[in-house]
Write a protein that binds this ligand. Structure first.
Ligand SMILES: Cc1cc2nc3c(=O)[nH]c(=O)nc-3n(C[C@H](O)[C@H](O)[C@H](O)COP(=O)(O)OP(=O)(O)OC[C@H]3O[C@@H](n4cnc5c(N)ncnc54)[C@H](O)[C@@H]3O)c2cc1C
Length: 472
């Protein structure tokens, strides 16, 4: 039976007449020569035309599929009518850190994957329109909200990652005096100390920090939360605390040779490529080398594309499942392939090989077979016996994610209950078992996403507001 909604859409809306067009993208030869963002902006006419492809369906799946519940059809309709100021205001006032989230959002798995015109035509280019509107908002001053009158309450936030910044933003909008503590020199968490500038330039993060400061948020950088004195002091000086200090313990590869020279962790490799950031470790130079990156997430794709920009001779990604199972953004995977990255799928390392001087010379791998998807949609894999093979490599980079690290036993924050994996346990309002202490992001979820950290932080800010209102 034919879908009546399709007929209505074909009759009334231009999605079938107007093809989706992506945002301008810098050519490969130009973009691999630097670390600048690769996407440009739609012009106003294109933004308006592309937004008009939205059919304004009554139950928008793009909204339900967005971890942040963004008001997508609302600002698409305003954009389609050419009301860019209003569209940008709706987007910025209802979205938290919208211009940061949009740059790292895997929209191709989320709102765009769920757009109802999929299957009939290419989905509405939600992310590119959002990119246009966010930059419009900053260019035209609609991103700046006036600071509300202070409400007399003080909140401490530990960790200036996307979760901490989002919590600060939400609380500052409600008149709280917010102080953000972070052990690093610059705020941004993994958005700065991880995500390469070709996906999110630091100036974009700094612009948001400046806006938060204008709204009264104070940043205490270089403040390590580890000393008990700071932790104890927080509970006395502040009415509530949000813990968003993420995860730092990088996962290692449990195979022989994993400690050979030339085997690197992803973060030091990514961070050193950034000229803005102070160097924290010796330079990992991949010029002229055969680089292999192990992993299938965004971090792996970032390492591969960073190796290309670092003038590696060959850049190969290894993933133990198939391409369709990769958790990374499709868009960034396509960008990596365009930039010359190759992949070896359904291959799992069983040993890293020594060149007899203690340095890595390659990998021994084994093929995998995949089973049917489990309840979470993940396909379990099994090693296929007798399929071992070797690959040469001068540098092996591990992009395997992070694990929780327990707090010191003397910490007053050791009170919050921890899960079996060591992650912090929270209730429906993101409150830990310590009253007034809230937590969210990777610290609670394990390695997750910037969007989920922002979602937790929004919930926590609402929880803090309710908690303090009840005390009032
Ligand atoms: C390379 C890479 C690429 C990624 N790509 C994407 C992507 O494309 N899309 C996406 O959605 N997600 C992506 N992620 C994941 C995303 O960055 C994280 O899920 C997100 O940053 C977690 O946010 P958070 O606020 O919980 O913690 P974090 O971003 O980890 O921030 C924690 C902050 O706490 C501070 N801190 C830690 N310990 C202390 C202490 N003792 N005292 C004081 N401060 C402390 C840290 O300095 C840091 O600033 C990527 C991650 C990496 C590493």
């Amino acid at each position: 039976m034919s879908d009546p909604r399709t007929h209505k859409a074909e009759a009334e809306f231009p999605w079938s007449a107007l093809a989706r067009s992506g945002p301008p993208k810098r050519p490969v030869a130009e973009r691999v020569a630097d670390f600048l963002e690769i996407y440009g902006l739609y012009d106003e006419a294109t933004a308006q035309a592309q937004a008009s492809r939205c059919i304004q369906c009554p139950e928008p799946t793009c909204v339900t599929g967005c971890p942040l519940g963004a008001h997508i059809p609302e600002w698409l309709a305003l954009t389609a009518e050419g009301h860019f100021d209003e569209a940008a205001t709706v987007l910025q006032s209802t979205g938290t850190l919208a211009e940061l989230c949009e740059r790292v959002c895997p929209a191709d798995h989320l709102c765009e994957a769920l757009c109802v015109i999929n299957g009939h035509a290419q989905p509405v280019s939600v992310r590119a329109i959002e990119h246009f509107l966010n930059e419009y908002a900053f260019a035209h001053g609609t991103a700046a909200l006036p600071p509300p009158p202070p409400n007399g309450y003080k909140v401490a936030i530990i960790g200036a990652g996307p979760g901490g910044l989002a919590c600060a933003d939400e609380l500052a909008r409600r008149g709280y005096a917010v102080t953000v503590f972070d052990s690093r020199k610059m705020p941004g968490g993994l958005l700065v100390y991880g995500t390469p500038a070709f996906r999110l330039e630091h100036a974009i993060v700094h612009r948001r920090i400046e806006q938060l400061e204008q709204r009264g948020v104070a940043f205490r950088m270089g403040a390590d939360f580890a000393p008990d004195v700071l932790q104890a002091e927080l509970l006395v000086r502040f009415d509530a605390v949000y813990l968003g200090f993420g995860l730092k313990k990088a996962r290692t590869l449990d195979v022989p040779g994993a400690d050979l020279k030339g085997v690197e962790q992803a973060l030091p490799f990514l961070v050193q490529s950034d000229m803005d950031l102070p160097r924290e470790a010796p330079v990992i130079d991949v010029t002229g080398q055969r680089v292999v990156v192990i992993g299938g997430g965004d971090m792996a794709i970032d390492c591969l594309r960073t190796a290309v920009r670092g003038h590696a001779k060959e850049v190969l990604g290894i993933y133990r499942r198939d391409e369709a199972s990769m958790p990374c953004s499709r868009r960034e995977l396509e960008n990596a392939v365009e930039e010359g990255v190759r992949f070896e799928f359904q291959a799992a390392p069983v040993a890293l090989l020594d060149d007899d001087s203690g340095a890595v010379r390659g990998l021994r791998l084994v093929r995998t077979t995949l089973g049917a998807p489990d309840a979470d949609g993940r396909r379990p894999f099994a090693v296929a016996p007798g399929t071992e093979f070797e690959l040469a490599a001068d540098r092996v980079i591990l992009a395997l994610g992070f694990d929780p690290e327990p707090l010191p036993p003397t910490s007053p924050f050791n009170g919050p209950q921890l899960s079996a994996q060591g992650a912090m346990v929270v209730d429906d309002n993101q409150m830990t078992s310590l009253p007034g202490v809230f937590a969210g992001g990777d610290l609670v979820r394990g390695p997750s996403s910037a969007l989920h950290s922002v979602r937790d932080a929004r919930k926590a800010a609402a929880g803090i507001h309710a908690f303090l209102a009840a005390k009032r």
